[in-house]
Design a binder for this molecule. Structure first.
Ligand code: AMP
Length: 427
């Protein structure tokens, strides 16, 4: 088979690494990719937003399957356009991608179908939103309805903060994404990322994972795209996973089918594990980044037949096998991220770092130039490792991090701390 992967981050490097290992694959291409992905496959200078160019490349290179990494092309309908051109693609249609593209759509779907989630209101004017905030009190969460690249959620600790977030979002700061907002109850608990492959009718869960969204140690500082992740997530017991499937994922898949917009692809449920069990914080319509990196390290089965089964509607009785080992990834980011940062600094020591036992380094934002690797984004590297425990994976990953010479980079030093503490606690 010939496969085209779309995207350029650490998630796509992990997918490329796993897809390249499949005996089914003859040609693997990635657009636009990065310096690490270039080691797994051939890079193609295509803009995933340019659907006609993607289709032309697929036809010219006899692509059998397109795997879409990020949400933006999915929400823009690339899977529909490829399908219309007779090209198979892994990921949801534009209509199904609304599960991520509109928070209000998903909240209404949950309410109508009794899917556990935070109580909420939808608003397009400030006064009723502020009245809702006053009726519920703080802490409270204000969210832009549309895609806002991680900037659309404010967890307000006070009414004044909530008011400010309402004014900023409805004031147009986030463009069209903030034209409507959702204001919702603050959920108490521990977060977990729950993934399921879906074929429009069936869904099968993947291994559990947890990420760290805040920029600095101790889960402090601003929200980011994710500073590290690990799998398995100890908080996600077998019972929570069962309930997440029964109460959240499967009803969603059923409803999407009944609406005439079946969900195919990977469904990523951001969950809060509350005292009453798992509740949905939000859906994403693609793999998490950096959770994908640890899932791919733990997946024993060939990924490609699973992706095809989603596209073809034959997931029923499909079985995925996982390594018992734990996996952990540490994101190395450019100093200043998630605020402004410089590009172009030189990164050295990657080969020495990759030699640490159990380590795999995925590139998230790099560029190769004259034999050197340069930083080319906010999140730049995902230094990842497997181990018999999360603690061992963590130790290996940081041993590798310490071999990377990059003065303009930083990382958290505590990725996985909750899981490590649970591992160490007497049972
Ligand atoms: P989201 O982009 O919706 O995943 O939100 C970003 C982060 O905000 C989540 O990972 C949570 O840490 C936090 N968050 C979002 N909604 C809630 C909620 N209802 N209660 C508590 N925390 C939330």
């Amino acid at each position: 088979m010939n496969i085209l992967l779309l995207g350029s981050g650490g998630r796509e490097h992990a997918l490329a690494w796993k897809i390249a290992a499949s005996p089914l694959v003859e040609g693997l291409y990635c657009a636009p990719g990065n310096a690490g992905i270039a080691k797994e496959c051939e890079l193609v200078m295509l803009d995933p937003a340019d659907h006609p160019a993607v289709i032309a490349f697929c036809k010219g290179s006899r692509i059998d399957l397109v795997v879409v990494g990020p949400e933006a092309p999915l929400c823009a309908g690339i899977v529909d356009d490829l399908a219309a051109a007779g090209i198979k693609a892994f990921g949801p249609s534009k209509a199904a991608a609304r599960l991520e593209g509109s928070k209000g759509f998903t909240k209404d779907l949950c309410r109508v179908n009794n899917i556990p989630t935070a109580a909420y209101g939808r608003f397009d004017a400030a006064a009723p939103a502020k009245a809702f905030v006053r009726a519920r009190g703080a802490p409270i969460v204000v969210k832009a309805d549309g895609l806002a690249a991680g900037k659309g959620v404010v967890v307000a600790q006070s009414i004044a903060q909530a008011d400010a977030a309402i004014d900023t979002m409805l004031g147009g700061e986030l463009g069209a994404a903030g034209g409507q907002i959702v204001v919702e109850e603050f959920l108490e608990g521990e977060e977990a990322s729950f993934f399921a492959l879906c074929d429009g009718e069936q869904a099968i869960p993947l291994a559990s994972a947890q990420d760290h969204k805040r920029a600095y140690d101790g889960d402090c500082g601003p929200n980011t795209g994710g500073m590290g992740a690990y799998s398995p997530a100890p908080v996600m017991t077998a019972e929570h996973a069962r309930r997440a499937m029964e109460e959240i994922v499967l009803p969603t898949v059923r409803v999407m089918k009944a609406r005439g917009t079946p969900y195919k692809g990977v469904l990523y449920a951001g969950l809060m594990i509350t005292a009453d069990g798992p509740k949905l914080i939000e859906y994403n319509v693609r793999f998490g980044d950096p959770e994908c990196q640890v899932l791919m390290l733990r997946l024993m089965s060939d990924l490609v037949p699973a992706l095809l089964a989603c596209c073809d509607g034959v997931l029923k009785n499909f079985d995925l096998r996982w390594y018992a080992q734990a996996a952990l990834t540490v994101v190395m980011a450019a100093k200043g991220y998630p605020g402004s940062y410089a590009k172009g600094s030189v990164i050295e020591g990657l080969d020495a770092a990759a030699q640490v036992e159990g380590v795999e380094i995925f590139h998230a934002g790099t560029l190769a130039q004259q034999g050197r690797i340069l930083a080319n984004g906010g999140r730049v590297l995902d230094v990842s490792a497997v181990g018999t425990t999360v603690a061992q994976a963590q130790a290996r990953a940081y041993r590798a991090v310490d071999r990377v010479r990059w003065s303009d980079g930083f990382c958290r030093r505590d990725i996985g701390f909750r899981a490590v503490a649970k591992d160490a606690a007497p049972r």
